[in-house]
Design a protein around this ligand. Structure first.
Ligand code: ATP
Ligand code: MG
Length: 458
């Protein structure tokens, strides 16, 4: 059963139950009122007959009473019969007014009313007044049946109107849901990037907004996955291809098991080595990511000198930066206090940041590492920055850098080196966070970039 049907049925049912209950209460109240009216009418009949009897006593006119009672019987159908007994000095004379069988009916209730008049002390009238309760009952029942019929007609119209309204309302409410399920189906069939146009300030509006966000994220993830597959393929294929071609070249330059040109041979050998390094670096990155994902990225913290690690990294990249025409220096003070860190992992952080900086800094630019101490409520920290005067990146590119496989558009316009896979900064962030620190980035297109991370001081 659809939500629309359920909603329509339940609203209509609820409405019908509410109206039914209201109707029952109304009919019950009406019955009480009608019964009270009937009792009043019975009282009026009795007192009218009584008054007529008193008048006839006073005026000594028996016939007046008899004709008046007959008149009353025509006026009040409930006045079934009246037995009038004149009692005078132990003599009793009775007259029955009304059908003979009336006094025998079970529905007729008789009331004994003695009537005396001060002007005729020896004479009185005994009235036996038969009131037909069955007449009142029938009258009440007929009136109630008419009311119930009218109410049923009215409620029927109201319930149909409620059903139509609730169906319209349910359709209005579920329309975006139906559209949402259609779009979700399309996305499920692989048509990514679909959005649903729906504006409302309620839960449905929030659901649609959340759905659109999810759809956008899926599209981004899909694009990321595609980029990653092509980057991984490239990262594996290009060093392997290079190694294969250098090996072929070397094989061609061998005569009798010896190289014909040892200097050239050495160059090929060095190229092979650097490609093997690139390959193993990439595989290590993948292994690190797998460790991070499994929560197995362990850092053994101990007091260490970060300035030494920074100098080592600068030395490591010295040849490359010179070749690229970029100045690379560490401005970390040799007397800087120790930090609590894992030297190998922090080295990996700085290597990643410096290699990124080199990738985006053109000839004539500079890269430097600097550090600043600060204190918060809990500890003393060292904030280390790797700053370059390179190409920088826009705000959009800065958003996803620290995510797995997150790369900016600028990865296509890098200065040197392979494109990479967007894992470096994800690993950097994970290592820094395992140290209890934080990472951040500031960048401006054409001006340069600053990456910083914090690490607790011993
Ligand atoms: N110094 C920088 N200047 C400008 N952009 C940068 C800089 N460092 C990083 N980026 C941007 O951040 C992205 C992510 O960097 P990250 O180190 O995570 O991946 P990568 O360098 O592209 O690949 P990998 O490090 O896995 O080889 C880069 O692709 C680039 O868009
Ligand atoms: Mg990188």
């Amino acid at each position: 059963m659809t939500i629309r049907t359920k909603l329509t049925l339940s609203v209509t049912l609820l409405f019908a139950v509410a109206l039914g209950t209201l109707g029952l209460v109304f009919v019950r109240l009406e019955r009480t009122q009608l019964e009270a009216n009937a009792a009043d009418e019975a009282r009026i009949i009795v007192s009218t007959v009584e008054r007529a009897a008193r008048d006839s006593l006073v005026q000594r006119d028996d016939l007046l009473l008899l004709s008046y009672v007959k008149f009353l019987q025509r006026q009040f159908a409930a006045l079934s019969y009246v037995d009038v007994s004149w009692v005078e000095d132990d003599r009793v004379r009775t007259n029955h007014i009304g059908p003979a069988e009336a006094s025998a009916s079970a529905a007729v209730r008789s009331r004994l009313v003695p009537v005396k008049a001060p002007t005729t002390p020896g004479r009185q009238i005994q009235l036996q007044i038969g009131i037909d309760d069955g007449y009142f009952q029938d009258k009440v029942d007929a009136q109630l049946a008419r009311i119930a019929r009218d109410l049923a007609r009215l409620f029927g119209i109201a319930i149909i109107a409620a059903a139509l309204f609730s169906d319209w309302f349910a359709r209005k409410l579920t329309r975006p849901l139906a559209a949402l399920s259609e779009v979700a189906g399309e996305i499920g069939r692989g048509k990514l990037g679909l959005r649903l146009e729906w504006q409302s300030n309620d839960e449905v509006g929030a659901l649609v907004a959340g759905f659109n966000q999810m759809s956008q994220r899926l599209e981004e993830l899909d694009a990321m996955k595609k980029d990653f597959v092509s980057a991984v393929t490239h990262e594996l294929r290009s060093p392997l291809g290079a190694i294969e071609s250098f090996l072929n070249l070397m094989a061609g330059k061998m005569v009798g098991g010896r190289p014909t040109d040892p200097a050239q041979f050495q160059t090929y050998f060095d190229r092979i080595k650097s490609n093997v390094k690139r390959l193993s670096g990439f595989i290590n990155d993948l292994l690190d990511v797998a460790k991070i994902e499994r929560g197995k990225m362990e850092c053994t913290l101990r007091p260490m000198r970060l300035q030494d690690v920074a100098s080592e990294v600068v030395q490591f990249f010295e040849a490359k930066s010179k070749e690229q025409g970029v100045a690379l220096i560490s401005r970390l003070d040799a007397n800087l206090g120790a930090v609590d860190g894992d030297p190998e992992r922090l080295r990996q952080v700085i290597v990643n940041l410096v290699s990124n900086a080199l990738k985006f800094t053109p000839q004539g630019g500079s890269i430097w590492i600097q550090a600043e101490q600060y204190r918060d409520a809990a500890a003393r920290w060292l904030e280390v920055s790797v700053i370059d005067s390179g190409k920088g990146m826009d705000a959009e590119d800065q958003k996803k850098l620290f995510e797995k496989f997150g790369q900016g558009k600028n990865a296509n316009t890098r200065v040197t080196g392979p494109r990479g896979t967007g894992l470096g900064l994800f690993i950097v962030k994970s290592i820094v966070e395992a140290h209890g620190g934080k990472v951040g980035v500031k960048s401006q297109v054409g001006r340069g970039t600053q990456f910083q991370f914090s690490v607790r001081m011993s």
